[in-house]
Design a binder for this molecule. Sequence first.
Ligand code: PEP
Ligand code: MG
Length: 597
Amino acid sequence: MNKHSAEREQLDGIGVSPGIACGKAFLHISGFPEYKEEIVLEEAIPQEIDKVKRAFEQTSHDMEHIKTQASDSESKDLTGVLDAQILIVADPEFQNQVIDKIECMQYSAIFAFTSSVNDNIEMLSRSKDPYMREMVADIETVSNHILKHLLGERHKELTGFSEPAILFASYFNPGEILEMPNLNVTGFVTEKGGPTSHMGLFAKSLGIPAVVAVRANLKQIPSGSRIVVDGNKGIVIVNPADDEWEEYQKISHARREARFKRFEQIHELPSSTRDSHHVEIMANLDLPTSLDEILAHEHVGIGLYRTEFLYLKRANFPSEADQTKVYYDIAKKFAPQNVILRTFDLGGDKLTDYFKSEFEINPALGWRAIRFSLDVMPIFEVQLRAMLKASTLKNVSIMLPLITTLDEVQKAKRLLEKIKKDLHEEKAAFDEDIKFGIMIETPAAVMIADYLAEEVDFFSIGTNDLTQYTMAVDRNNKRVAKHFQVFHPAIIYSIKKTVEAAHKAGKPVGICGEIAGDPLATKLLVGLGVDSLSMNPASIPVVKGILPKIGFEEALKFSQKILKLTTEKEITETLMKDFKESNLNNSLNKKGELKNA
Ligand code: PEP
Ligand code: MG
C-alpha cells in the first residue's frame, strides 16, 4: 500500500459480520509488546513473584466481569469465548513459567512475563494446526490484560468519536468490541482472526460490520481516510471514489435508519392508558450511545443516569468542572425533559483502579453505593456540587442508590443543604428547587418506606437489586439465576407497599429496574400505581405501544388479582395468559418488537 496515496484501494479479508459500514479510519494499536531484559536484586524476587500472582488474579476477576457484561448484553451465546480466555489465565503452567523465570534468572516481573508470552506466541504462530494459530489472539488478549495490571496502569480505553469511525487493529478483545456501539464505531478491520474467531461472533451479535484477516499492513492507512467495510463480501475499500462513497453511505444510512425507525415518532404515542391515566416512560442511560440524539428528539426523559460509569472509565476521579460539564451536557441535551442523576453506585463489583477497597467476601453486601459515598465525603461533595451546578435548566434531579436507613438520607440531605449554602456564597447558579429522591432497592427501604417518603421528593424502585436482596440471590451468579424471580410475590408486594407509602406522602414513584421494560409486566405495574417506568431504550417503543391498550381500572383490578397469588409460577402464568387474552401480544412480532414499526 502506498502510504501517501489517496487513491482507491481494496483490501481483501474475511467478512465475519455482515453489513456495510462507512466512516473515518482510526488505528487502534494492539498486539503484544516486547520489553528490554531487566534483572532484579535477589531480595526483590518475592515481591516480583507477588506482582505476577496479583496481576493474574486481577485479570481473572476482570474477565469474569466482562463475561457477566456479555451475558447481560445481546452477546449471551458468546461467553464460551471468554470461558476459553478465563481458562488461559487460570492455567497454572502459564503462571509457573513466569515465576520460574523470576526465580531462576532473576528477571523482573514484567520482563519474565513478556518474554514468556512472546515465546508462547512464537511457538503457536509456527504451528501447522490452524486451531493453535487462532489461539494466539486469545493469548494476546489475555496477556495484554495481565500486562496492564503488572504495569499498574488503567486499560488504555478507547474514547468516543465525534463522527462514525472504523477501527483498525491487529485484533480486538471482547471488552473492546462490546464498547464499540457506545463509541460511535460503525465497523472494524483486523489483521488477525479467522472465520470462527471470537471477534466475528461479538461483532455479529452487536450488528457491527467487520472484516478480519486482511492481507495488508494496516498501520500504513492514514488516520482519517474514508473507509467502507463490506462485511458481506469481506472487503475493505480505502479512499473510495466520491460516487462510490455516496452509494455506500446510502446503504449504511438505510441500515442505521432501520434501527432508529422503531423510535421515530414515539413521542406521538400517548404516554397514558386508553382511559388517560398518565405513566411517564423514560430511559436508563449508562454511557452515551448513538440513540441519545433520537431519544432526546423524541422527548424521552432520563429516569436513571448511572454516573458510576463515568468514574469507571477514568484513571482518577473526575474533577468538579469535568463532572459539571458531563451532567450539564446531558441535562441540556434532554431539556426540558427530566434527567435523574444517580449519585455513584461504586463499590461491590464496580470499583475503580484508583480507589480499590480491601477484598470483600460478599461485595454485594459490602462497601457500596451510598455507604461508600458517605464514607468518602470529599468525593461525594464534589459530585453533589457538580450536580447542583449542572441544574440551571431546572430539569435535573438527584437520586441516591441502595438506601437502607433514614440516617443515610438525612446525612446526604444535610450535605446537600450545606453545599447549597456554599454555592450561594460563591454566587454560583443552581436550581434551588432541585428534586431529591432515593432508590428503593433493599427490603429495609421497603419496610421503612413510610418514613423515607417524608424525607424525599420521589422514589425510584430498583427491582434488580430489590430482587437480589429480597430473594437472597446474587444477580451475577448464573448458577442461581432461576432463583432470581422478579415476579415472586414478595417483589410484587414490595412494589405495592412502596407505591402506597410514596402516594400517602404525596410523592411520585417510578421503577428503573429491568422489570420496567418487560412488556409482560406493564399492565401489572400500571395497576400497582407506579407513576413512571424507566427502561433500557430498546424497550421504549414496545412499552409505549402497549400502554394505550390498557385501561387503568382494569389494570387496577388485575393487580389486585395478582397480589392474591402465592407463587412466582402462578403469577408468571397469569401475566402470560392475560397478555394473550388482552391482545397485548398483537402489538409485538416474534422478536418482541413492535409490529409495523
Ligand atoms: C436496580 O438495582 O434495579 C437498578 C436500576 O440499579 P442498578 O441496576 O444500576 O444496580
Ligand atoms: Mg441497583
